[in-house]
Design a protein around this ligand. Sequence first.
Ligand code: ACM
Length: 289
Amino acid sequence: MIRVGVVQTSPRFGRVAANLARALRLMATKPADLYVLPELFATGYQFSSRAEVARLAEPVPTGRTCRQLIAFARRHRCAIVAGLPERAGRRCYNSAVVIGPDGYLGCYRKLHLFGEETCWFAPGRKAGAVWTIGAFGSGGSGKATGSVKIGVMICFDWFFPETARSLALEGADLICHPANLVLPYCPEAMRTRSIENRLFTATADRVGTEARGGRAPLTYIGRSQITDPRGRLLFRAPAKGEAIGVVRIDPRQARDKRLNSYNDLWEARRPRAYRGLTVRCKGERRIKD
Ligand code: ACM
């Protein structure tokens, strides 16, 4: 069994040190083997210029947010998935770092940018990023509690079911989903992502409102949640206020893809019949390297 936690925060824009400290304090109140934090959890979301993004973005994994998350994970023998703006050369990405009990493991760059994000960030290039995380020290006892294969996607990626499917096909038991949700549909949609891929999902959202630079306010819907392979809610946070929910999951439940004695999810797929899925569609933008 693995203890998975979703951390629902209320960051104040640009107050990175305070937002980070508050998130870490919240995490320390509930032991878990793996914590999922929201998208851009320490900076806030509503950027107003590229220069502002560049100032608040950090190199991964040497930036200050990443280093403090690594220190927390080592101290508590846990793993963390957390969203932050990544600076890499002249580009910035809306990324999520993956950190294990022994340090930095990797980073996923958001594929499907939402709204004004398209002005600030370069899109990622690849779905299907998965990592095996295991041998957690159970609450400091040093006793290993098993391993879990996690896939990562960020917020609006949920709108494209191919993203979750790619992670499932790469063997993810659990989709870690840092988010800053402004549309109301995602919490219910993620139950469907769980059912159709028979895996766990952990969506960590934020709350609060941002209205920067005279732009339309963005209100974040909270309702962070964890779902099981049958789409059942194991935890859901309220729409308002900071929260943390930790549940125990058995990742092996996600490895059984049989629906009944006739239908195995993977055996029943008909990839050659899904012609349209991999061809370019009208209006699709070419992303340059
Ligand atoms: C979003 O992708 N942050 C809506």
